[in-house]
Design a protein around this ligand. Sequence first.
Ligand code: HEM
Ligand code: HEM
Length: 232
Amino acid sequence: MIYSLGMKKIIRVWDLPIRLFHWFLVICIVGSFITVNIGGNAMEWHAILGYCILALIIFRILWGLIGSHHARFINFVPSPKVLLSYLSGKTKAGLGHNPLGALSVLALLFSVGLQAVTGLFANDDIAFEGPFAKYVSNGTVEFLTSIHHQNEKILIILIATHLCAIFYYQKFKGESLIKPMLLGDKEIDPSEEAKYLPSDLGQASKDGGLQRGLALFLLSLIAVVLGYLITS
Ligand code: HEM
Ligand code: HEM
């Protein structure tokens, strides 16, 4: 969807599924850190939030293959060449994730996914263990639990970097990335159009009932399969 508001071009960049994915992910991750610090019975909630995060990440990976334009990995994961040319200032910005941002997105998705998967096998040495721990050896449980611990630090660093980058764009580049992640659209002023590739200004993400319905169907399917595996 692209339209003009006065002189400005309004372009849909983040479809509703991506935005919901993002903000549910934030809520669940904050929740999983809170619950693990409370411990005890709250570990049940730590696990439930972890399953939600796992479902969200699986959804995001699929959406990266079949989702709308700016959601697709093909359209934002850079080749080494594109990355180098971006870093040397030769390439113009795109509307979606920039080549460097793309790497941080991939790192975040990977680290969050790893945390959720290793959690399924983790054991707290007291009273709680993930639902798949019973299928593997004690050594494996210990190993995956230690990854769950180590990766916690990496995840915190990635999230802190993520927030710093967003703050940097806001403060020093005068660009709010948060508003598009909330409402979906980027507003391009005529004076800014030269910053972007002309072809990119014509690329909006489809965000209609069909896309949203498909996303809801996918997420439901993932939740059912995951729920079955976890409870059986
Ligand atoms: C992305 C989702 C998750 C995040 C961000 C997360 C985060 C954490 C953190 C920060 C800790 C504390 C580690 C420490 O004590 O240093 C922890 C511990 C733990 N997590 Fe997760 N977790 C996630 C998913 C899961 C899942 C899905 C399960 C199981 C179903 C799980 C089970 C556990 C267990 C059993 C511990 C206790 C380890 C211990 O106390 O030694 N986690 N998790
Ligand atoms: C638990 C903490 C967070 C995690 C794990 C996280 C993760 C992510 C991920 C994976 C993306 C990529 C979106 C996609 O294409 O799928 C993203 C983008 C984004 N996030 Fe977060 N996020 C977190 C917190 C926040 C917070 C608190 C804010 C706002 C203050 C925020 C603002 C944004 C924005 C603006 C983008 C889009 C960046 C761009 O334009 O390229 N995130 N985040």
